[in-house]
Design a protein around this ligand. Structure first.
Ligand SMILES: Nc1ncnc2c1ncn2[C@@H]1O[C@H](COP(=O)(O)OP(=O)(O)OP(=O)(O)O)[C@@H](O)[C@H]1O
Ligand SMILES: Nc1nc2c(ncn2[C@@H]2O[C@H](COP(=O)(O)O)[C@@H](O)[C@H]2O)c(=O)[nH]1
Length: 229
C-alpha cells in the first residue's frame, strides 16, 4: 500500500484556512480538497445538490449536513490512492462522525486567531465568486484592484464578512467547532496553532507536517475511504 496521509484544516472565518491549505498542498504535494470548491462546482453544474446548496449559501447559512456528506464522501472514496488535505469539512459533529466512519485521519490542524485579527482580515477580503479565489488588500492583493488575477472578472465581498455579521458567525463557529475539536483531541490528532499572522504560523505548521508526512519509500497500511455513512 503506497504511503497515504489524510488531514483536515479547520478554523473560524478569516483564519487563513484557504491560505495555509494552499501552502501545505504546494509544499507537501497533497491534494487540497475544499468543501466550498465542491459546492461551487455543483452550483456551476446546476446539480440538484448545487441548486439546494445555493439556497443556503445565499443566506449565509451552512449547507445541511446530509447534503454535504452526500456531496463529499463519494469524492473521498475516489481518492483512496491520494494523500489529501480537506479545507472546510467537517464543520459540524455530524459531518465529523460521517467522515470518521469513512476515513481514518492522520492529523487535524486547528487555527486559533484573535477576533480583532479576523475582523480586520475579513473587512479586507475580496473573493472571485466563481472560483472561490481569495484576496486581501493588505496581504495578497489582486494585480488589478477589484479584478480576479486569472479571469479578470470582478471581485466581491461577502455580506457576512462585514464586522456586524462576524460576531454571530464567530459564536456559531465556536459552538459547532467545539465538539469536533474535542473529538479530534480525544483521538490525539489535533494540533492547534495560534497567532495573528499566517507567515509567522506557517513555519510551525511546516515543521510539524515535515515530521508527520511519510517520506517516499515508507509504506503504511491504511484502510481506504469506504462508504460508511
Ligand atoms: N462543510 C460544510 N458544511 C456546510 N456548509 C458548508 C461547508 N463548507 C462550505 N459550506 C458553505 O459554503 C460556503 C462557502 O464555503 P467556503 O469555505 O468557500 O467559504 P467560507 O466558509 O465563507 O470561508 P471562511 O470560513 O474563510 O469564511 C460557506 O459559507 C457555507 O455556507
Ligand atoms: N492581513 C493578513 N491577511 C491574511 C493573513 N492570512 C490570510 N489572510 C487573508 O485573510 C483572509 C482569510 O484567509 P482564508 O485563507 O481563511 O480565506 C483572506 O483574505 C486572506 O488573504 C495574514 O497573515 N495577514
Amino acid at each position: 500500500m503506497a504511503k497515504l496521509f489524510r488531514a483536515v484544516i479547520m478554523g473560524p472565518p478569516g483564519s487563513g484556512k484557504g491560505t495555509i491549505s494552499e501552502r501545505i498542498a504546494q509544499r507537501f504535494g497533497l491534494t487540497r480538497l475544499s468543501s466550498g470548491d465542491f459546492i461551487r462546482e455543483n452550483i456551476a453544474a446546476n446539480t440538484d445538490a448545487g441548486v439546494l446548496a445555493k439556497t443556503y449559501i445565499e443566506r449565509g447559512l451552512l449547507v445541511p449536513d446530509h447534503v454535504m456528506t452526500r456531496l463529499l464522501l463519494p469524492r473521498l472514496e475516489e481518492m483512496t490512492r491520494h494523500s489529501w488535505l480537506m479545507d472546510g469539512f467537517p464543520r459540524t459533529l455530524a459531518q465529523a462522525e460521517a467522515l470518521n466512519s469513512t476515513c481514518d485521519l492522520d492529523l487535524v490542524i486547528s487555527l486559533n486567531i484573535p477576533y480583532e485579527t479576523l475582523k480586520e482580515r475579513l473587512s479586507d477580503r475580496w473573493i472571485h465568486p466563481a472560483s472561490g479565489r481569495v484576496y486581501n488588500m493588505g496581504f495578497n492583493p489582486p494585480h488589478v484592484q477589484g479584478r480576479d488575477d486569472i479571469s479578470g472578472e470582478p471581485l466581491i465581498q461577502h455580506d457576512d464578512d462585514k464586522p456586524e455579521a462576524l460576531v454571530a458567525r464567530l459564536r456559531h463557529y465556536k459552538d459547532v467547532a467545539k465538539p469536533i475539536i474535542d473529538l479530534y483531541k480525544s483521538k490525539g490528532i489535533l494540533h492547534t496553532f495560534s497567532g495573528t499572522e499566517t507567515d509567522r504560523i506557517w513555519p510551525y505548521i511546516n515543521s510539524l507536517l515535515s515530521t508527520k508526512i511519510p517520506m517516499e519509500g515508507t509504506h503504511r497500511t491504511q484502510r481506504p475511504c469506504t462508504r460508511g455513512y
